[in-house]
Design a protein around this ligand. Sequence first.
Ligand code: UDX
Length: 445
Amino acid sequence: MKHGDAEVPRLTVIGTGYLGTTHAICMAVLGFEVLGVDVDQHKIDRLAAGEVPMFEPGLPELLTKALESGRLRFTTSYAEAGDFGDVHFVCVGTPQLPDSDAADLSYVDAAVRSLAPHLRRRALVVGKSTVPVGTAQRLTGVLQELAPAGTGAELAWNPEFLREGFAVDDTLRPDRLVFGVASDWADERLRAAFRPVLDLGTPVIRTDLATAELVKVAANSFLATKISYINAMAEVCEAVGADVKDLADSLALDDRIGGKFLRPGLGFGGGCLPKDIRAFAHRAEEIGVGQAVSFLREVDDINRRRRARTVDIVREVLGGDVNGKRIAAWGAAFKPNSDDIRDAPALDVAHTLHDLGGDVRVYDPAALGNARRAFPELRYGDSAFDVAKDADVIVLLTEWSDFREVEPEALAGIVSHRRIVDGRHALDAAQWRSAGWEYRALGRS
Ligand code: UDX
């Protein structure tokens, strides 16, 4: 590819968190010249040295490849970014504010305000972060006021849908691309910046800025609603002695419904779904349409109740009292194949059991380091078997394959009592029961 001309834009990626790191590396692998930008010198140094700061399958190998190609560099200088880039992707985080359901937009604002004064020629700034609807319009004003290029600096929105654990694949081969643009020029620039992905036949939706912002929160709200829907059915099943696993399997075979995101259990967590539905409900209230998405409050409540109910089931199998009981907690990450513990249901349950006086020991194949740093008061072990030693009960909280593959017979001699609570419907109930275990799961009699 010939860079820096009208055909092939030079790219910058601002914010080297989960999204930005993946995007910068993948775009360089696809053949673009990319400059990764972050205010954190330590992060930049690690990336430049070839170190990926999170657990993401396939990404370390691609970082090495991208660095070796000479197409990927990192900097903390916005002046360098403004000078270098034709298309600038803003990938900074929008976490939940500490005392509100709203999203914290300070990082997005800071990124645009820091970059704009360095935009001296025509350039496209593309937001990828998840933001409340209306943000892109507001930032367009900020950008054009601060950029020496004035209205030559344009803003577009291109939401990101990557899933942790599948981030590389979701970036290189996405289901769809959404281009929220205010002009044909912006659309053309985005098409140039995604040319290799478009050449795969990836569908593109061209739309306005507000719709592009909404697509992301609407998608995450739908996914969260689907999960809470089946978990609500689990509550009903428990009340009447029915089986939510069989119910979910039956619904999944209706291809209008489908089985994805219909796995009942401990519910959703992570850095996206919980905070995105709260921020969406909050924003909808601000703009006078709160009632339209008020069901998202219920979706959130159902999800939180799953954690409380899991604690209740553990208490029940322990005869009503957790105090002093040895509890093996399998899992800490918010989902398997991730070391992310943000709003992790697993650690929430482990911590509540600890607060109730349980002698809890946690094991996770990837997230132990993060869990230890966040919750030093919990005890940790080296393996699924290690934490299960002398346990009064095992609680499966994250469905890692390491846990799914454990043979119940092999564990039988290690634990004090053969009791297992399967918070993720990850185990074969019949197999565990026939090996002499008391098996319990949410929504199953
Ligand atoms: C999510 C979206 O999928 C992605 O498109 C968006 O860009 C970011 O948020 P991610 O947070 O990586 O991605 O996780 P995802 O795989 O979507 O799972 C979210 C949570 O839902 C996890 O805690 C998972 O355990 C839970 N889940 C998922 C269920 O409880 N049941 C299911 O059936 C599916």
